[in-house]
Design a protein around this ligand. Structure first.
Ligand code: PLP
Length: 436
């Protein structure tokens, strides 16, 4: 080719297009990320992002204590550390997990860069391209992104108002195995599921564990919200009833996400592989963050801080539910979370949450369309509303704006006699779970 002739690559928008690994084909921009740029405008009430509200942390006292930390332990705290994470941090994590009846040994804990990286490491060591990962229908968008990045075949399992339906797990695994598929694990968020807010009652947890045992199915339990209960005490984790469960935890919601500290608790053999994977990924998880969090746990009343968080989120949850009751048309339904950050709304028949989003943003309210939480295109009649960040007053106003958008759309469809959309939607998930 002459040097004056443009190369084939120069004619493309992305000149590296022929170079990428196959696994990038399934990496798409998350709906949440794309939304942030619009939803962050101050005039928009964002019920979209799931940012924890950490404004009430004692910043001045934290600053003084971090200052002290640097002066006394700075050389160690700013050095490389252990690939598994520092022992003192793992011992603190054992205490934190005991709040949800998980009794563990610090040796079986691996520290990660947030539980997001825990998801990555677990998927990395278990999943070959084409292997099946089972998830709730719907499930956390960030987990779907990770599973996709490892070219997993994601299958959703139906939920009701008590979470995953045990017989649906059995049916899915049986059918997939009969078709010659390797089902590697079931990923579940038993407490205040992201995005539905649904919690598995204790009885349901036992049933899920029994089915998993019967099928020799590995469970990966993701529990970043478990301590943020709004009604009642935290429920025992799946891991507390079965030491074979792989458990993921995080300080992102109970302290602050910026430290990027989460963890995996895993059976011993799995833990060894996770440490090797972790060393290959980041050498050692952030050492300074581990010192800072340990310092916080030792010198501040972190349990009282969690109680404060609960009260703060309760006011926001209540404003959301009141606003929805006051402003939604009678044919819309929504979940009643007993903790966590999210309400899952089901639109009246014929409405599509993605199609409505531009109009909603125009009315200065934002949400995440339901199909972001499915790997298979479902969820068009749903939306996730996060109540964690705005003030209760703003949340209430946001539900008023959203109610107007939905009512206007219904009115327009009635006037013009428009047919229902033909995109797939999910069954309506029912009202308040009974957590007895
Ligand atoms: C269910 C779930 N898992 C994992 C994460 C990742 O959290 P982090 O990496 O901050 O610990 C999130 C964040 O929102 C989440 O909702």
């Amino acid at each position: 080719m002459s040097s004056l002739e443009p190369s084939r690559r120069d004619t493309r928008l992305d000149s590296y297009i022929d170079q990428y690994a196959d696994r990038t084909a399934s990496m798409t921009v998350s709906a949440v990320r794309a939304l942030f740029s619009v939803a962050n405008r101050p005039e928009v009430v964002s019920l979209a992002g799931g940012m924890p509200n950490i404004a009430d942390l004692p910043l001045k006292d934290l600053g003084a204590s971090f200052d002290q930390l640097i002066q006394t332990k700075g050389i160690q705290a700013m050095q490389y550390g252990s690939g598994q994470g520092e022992l003192f941090m793992r011992e603190h994590i054992v205490d934190v997990m005991a709040e949800e009846a998980v009794h563990a040994n610090a040796d079986d804990v691996v520290i990660t860069c947030g539980s997001q990286q825990a998801l990555d490491l677990v998927t990395r060591i278990f999943v070959n391209p084409g292997d099946v990962v089972l998830c709730e229908a719907p499930s956390y968008v960030g987990a779907l992104g990770t599973f996709n990045a490892y070219q997993a075949d994601i299958h959703h399992v139906a939920m009701d108002e008590h979470g995953l339906i045990p017989s649906a797990i059995r049916d899915a695994v049986t059918a997939l195995r009969a078709a010659g598929k390797h089902v590697k694990f079931l990923y579940t968020i038993p407490n205040f599921n992201n995005p539905t807010g649904i919690t598995q009652p204790v009885e349901r947890r036992k049933e899920i564990l029994a089915v998993a045992q019967e099928l020799s199915l590995l469970i990966v339990e993701d529990n970043p919200y478990g301590l943020l209960t709004i009604e009642g005490e935290p429920l025992p984790a799946l891991r507390s009833m079965d030491p074979g469960v792989i458990y993921l935890g995080s300080f992102s919601k109970t302290f602050a996400p910026g430290f990027r500290i989460g963890w995996v608790l895993a059976p011993h053999a799995v833990r060894e592989r996770l440490v090797i994977a972790q060393e290959a990924a980041v050498l050692s998880p952030p050492v300074f963050s581990q010192f800072a969090i340990a310092n916080y746990l030792e010198n501040f009343d972190w349990r009282a801080q969690i109680v404060n968080f609960r009260e703060m989120y309760r006011a926001r949850r209540d404003a959301t539910l009141q606003g929805l009751a006051d402003h939604m048309p009678p044919t819309a339904t929504w979940t009643h979370p007993t903790g966590g950050f999210f309400v899952w709304l089901t639109l009246p028949e014929g409405l599509d949450s993605q199609a409505l989003l531009a109009r909603a943003v125009n009315e200065r309210v934002a949400y995440v369309p339901g199909n972001a939480f499915y790997a298979d295109g479902f969820g068009s009649r749903n939306m996730r509303l996060s109540y964690c960040f705005p003030t209760p007053e703003r949340i209430y106003e946001g539900t008023r704006r959203l109610g107007k958008v939905i009512r206007d759309e219904l009115e327009m469809r009635e006037t013009f006699g428009l047919p229902a959309t033909d995109t797939p939607h999910t069954p309506v998930i029912g009202p308040a779970p009974d957590l007895s």
